[in-house]
Design a protein around this ligand. Structure first.
Ligand SMILES: [Fe+2]
Length: 231
């Protein structure tokens, strides 16, 4: 698929239009997993051209539309209309704006039966503003995170965005947890407990929503990204 890649077995990443964050364009990405039962699990869907949608539909029926963070809830909107039979799964914190949606379930620390065979999951807690879900695709040993780790390539000849990415600690290849997110982890004990569960998973690849993904040796990368949490 153009603009899409089979990142690991039964796991595709598909780029979407950028969103603006503090005036800087932020690339977006959705993650599609073909579950053992043949259904598709779609995390953080993005606007997708018709031909890519057709290719996606050929992979299997879209069964689950997942927003792992309240910041990605709005991104379900378009797909909810495209796939009315798909179940909506939202994060623990849902603002009033989205409360009227009919969610099949709210994501928690245990995977629901419908995808437990394929995915582990946990809520990353301890941040006073936002919680997000992390998932582990067991078959491909891939950790799926959202905004808490970012890894942005430095654009050539763009000194200001480059300096901002470096200052924020999210410049490729040494990406990590953006400084504003780091600073808002006020309950570090709780955060360490979430991180311990995530690190107990046997993963070696990392998919993130914004920036370059890691296709091997991802565990040391993730440990380094959260090293500040040790103190
Ligand atoms: Fe995001």
């Amino acid at each position: 698929m153009p603009n899409s890649e089979e990142f690991a077995e039964n796991l595709w990443i598909i780029g979407g239009p950028p969103v603006r964050n503090f005036g800087i364009p932020l690339p977006t990405r959705m993650i599609v997993i073909k579950l053992t039962d043949g259904g598709l699990w779609v995390n953080s869907p993005v606007s997708t051209p018709a031909e890519e949608l057709d290719r996606l539909k050929a992979l299997g029926p879209v069964r689950y539309l997942v927003a792992p963070t309240p910041l990605h809830l709005w991104r379900l909107q378009e797909w909810k209309d495209l796939f009315p039979d798909a179940e909506l799964w939202g994060p623990p914190q849902i603002s009033k704006r989205f409360k009227q949606w009919r969610f099949a379930g709210i994501l928690g620390d245990a995977s629901p039966d419908c995808w437990a065979r394929d995915l582990d999951q946990t809520v990353l807690r301890g941040n006073c503003f936002v919680e997000e879900l992390a998932f582990h695709h067991k078959k491909s040993r891939t950790l799926i995170m959202t905004d808490f780790i970012q890894n942005h390539p430095i654009p050539a000849g763009r000194p200001i965005p480059s300096a901002i990415a470096k200052l924020a600690g999210v410049a490729y290849p040494a990406g990590g947890v953006p400084v504003d997110i780091r600073l808002s982890f006020t309950d570090r004990k709780l955060a360490r407990r979430s991180l311990a569960k995530l690190l107990s998973w046997d993963f070696d690849k990392l998919v993130i929503a914004h920036g370059v993904c890691i296709n091997r040796d991802a565990k040391p990368f993730v440990k380094r990204a959260f090293r500040w949490l040790e103190h």
